[in-house]
Design a protein around this ligand. Structure first.
Ligand SMILES: C[S@@+](CC[C@H](N)C(=O)[O-])C[C@H]1O[C@@H](n2cnc3c(N)ncnc32)[C@H](O)[C@@H]1O
Length: 509
């Protein structure tokens, strides 16, 4: 298989050399840690550790039966938590067993940390985190040492408090759990900074707590507490005389940046997004996303909430900006014929398409997305000087795919879909390809086949919580899906944010 940028070997999970880590990744990692902590909550609420206690080994199916949950959803939850050292699967049988950190979640153990995790699932705690920006503004942040692990000393209803487990010499397995739990508070601090636009206020230089509090219209006490938390996660640094300044990662939260991470944080705090990820237990139990009825997909919710739709489109466009840049670099050296047409299917505001057309001045584009998104895309494409080469198509990609394009683009679309729907969409695209040299570009996470850590594992949990059947796919699953739809993978390469580019061509039918 030839590669256009350095290719990722099967199972390789770290960013290869060309796609060097960017300060933006620090924010993405914090968001991923938050999603993974919600996965830990589901792990505890479902009682996986108790089902695997006493060195028991269970296939996903048997374990799902014991825990009374959906086997596919459970398999994905465990895949996302395995790299954290909670569970592992036997190489030969695939049977799951507990690792030392997972054992610390067995209910009957004297030193069980189950109740510490459980506490984080309490509705009051969840609501308090979501309201943190307001609490900081009003000065009523209830716990001055909110971010200390001691905060989590509470017990679940009917349980005895643990003793001594928060001591610094706590064994490594316990630290793993505590560090996962800390992701909730860390996300709360990020949320305060994002909502109150701390990065914009600090962009011209360091400020004292008093100055910062005055600028963001909040009380100095809580501002100081949040500032300490932000130092702990690498967003701020402390200078002499109690002054704080942004780190490089902190700068990526600035409002006006084309690749700003601020919308990503705000999107995660949107009530529907927030409830969905905190209710992973329901998602795993039912094998369905957690959405307000009668909605079955997050896109249904967005259709009825223009503000949320706007935030989502902005978030996607900011997230895709660095990916688009890399795609533009690829396009500049790719063998694309003059005058070729790019069809961006589910293209959002056209971030990827604009970069491709900028790199290929003779080419034309068709942007297909839901009508409400297309309405906003016109401005984006005009701002990037490609609107005159671009046709806008507002509609359902399951109803009609524009025929005869040279290159079809699917950017972060397949992970919103279950396997049957994804296959159907790919087959529609395959049928629309009448040009003999047509190709498909997919931008998506390619999860490693093995249990290595990957930023896409958090996204896997996120997709499950919002879209019916939505999930990230392993490299093997992705290649098999494309093959089934009549495509062969010609090349893969790594992109920012842990994403990959997959170039696929139709197989001879
Ligand atoms: C995750 S976003 C990706 C946007 C863009 N491709 C990018 O990479 O920035 C998925 C897009 O698919 C669109 N979409 C979802 N279902 C669709 C449908 N049935 N028909 C057309 N577009 C759809 C959404 O509106 C959204 O803009």
């Amino acid at each position: 298989m030839s590669t256009i940028l350095p290719s990722r070997k099967r199972g390789e999970s770290v960013l290869p050399s060309r796609v060097s880590a960017h300060p933006r990744d620090a924010i993405q990692n914090l968001i991923t840690r938050f999603w993974t902590a919600c996965g830990l909550l589901a792990f505890v609420e479902i009682g996986v550790a108790d089902c695997l206690a006493n060195e028991r080994r269970r296939s996903t199916k048997a374990l799902a039966k014991d825990c009374r949950v959906d086997p596919d959803a459970l398999g994905r939850l465990l895949a996302a938590l395995a790299p954290q050292g909670l569970v592992a699967a036997e190489a030969e049988t695939g049977a799951w067993y507990l690792c030392p950190a997972g054992e610390r979640l067995i209910n009957s153990r004297d030193d069980s940390l189950r109740s510490a995790v459980w506490t984080c699932g309490h509705p009051d705690y969840r609501q308090m985190l979501q309201m943190l920006p307001e609490l900081v503004t009003s000065g009523t942040l209830p716990l001055p040492d909110f971010y200390s692990p001691r905060t989590f000393r509470n017990t679940a209803p009917g349980e005895e408090a643990e003793s001594g487990q928060w001591e610094p010499q706590m064994p490594h397995a316990g630290q793993t759990i505590l560090s996962m739990i800390r992701a909730f508070g860390d996300f709360g601090a990020l949320l305060v900074a994002a909502e109150q636009r701390w990065a914009d206020h600090l962009s011209d230089g360091a400020l004292s707590v008093t100055e910062l509090a005055e600028r963001v219209g909040a009380e100095p006490g809580p501002v100081a507490a949040i500032a300490k938390a932000l130092i702990g996660i690498g967003i701020l640094t402390e200078l002499p005389e109690d002054r704080y300044q942004l780190t490089e990662a902190g700068h990526t939260l600035r409002y006006g940046r084309p690749d700003s991470m601020r919308p990503a944080i705000l999107m995660n705090a949107h009530p529907v997004w927030w409830d969905a990820i905190w209710n992973l237990t329901h998602v795993v139990q039912r094998g369905q996303p957690f959405l307000p009825p009668p909605h079955t997909s997050a896109y249904d919710v967005l259709r009825q909430d223009p503000d949320a739709q706007n935030l989502f489109d902005l978030f996607m466009s900011r997230r895709s900006a660095p990916v688009a840049y890399a795609l533009g670099e690829w396009a500049a050296t790719a063998a694309v014929p003059d005058g070729a047409t790019f069809v961006d299917v589910g293209g959002g505001r056209g971030t990827l398409l604009a970069a491709l057309l900028t790199a290929l001045p003779t080419c034309r584009g068709v942007l297909l997305d839901r009508p409400v998104v297309i309405a906003q895309a016109r401005t984006y494409l005009a701002d990037h000087n490609v609107a005159d080469r671009c046709e806008m198509s507002g509609g359902d990609f399951f109803a009609a795919i524009p025929q005869g394009g040279h290159t079809y683009v699917l950017g972060s679309v397949l992970h919103n879909l279950g396997d049957a729907a994804a296959l159907h969409l790919l087959q529609l695209i395959r049928a629309a390809m009448t040009d003999g040299s047509a190709q498909l570009l997919c931008v998506d996470v390619l999860l490693p086949d093995g249990p290595q850590p990957h930023v896409g594992l958090g996204l896997l949990l996120r997709m499950m919580s919002l879209f019916p059947g939505g999930h990230e796919r392993t490299i093997t699953e992705y290649v098999a899906l494309l093959h089934k739809a009549g495509f062969a993978v010609a090349a893969t390469s790594s992109l920012p944010h842990g994403l990959s580019l997959v170039v696929a061509r139709p197989t001879l039918s």
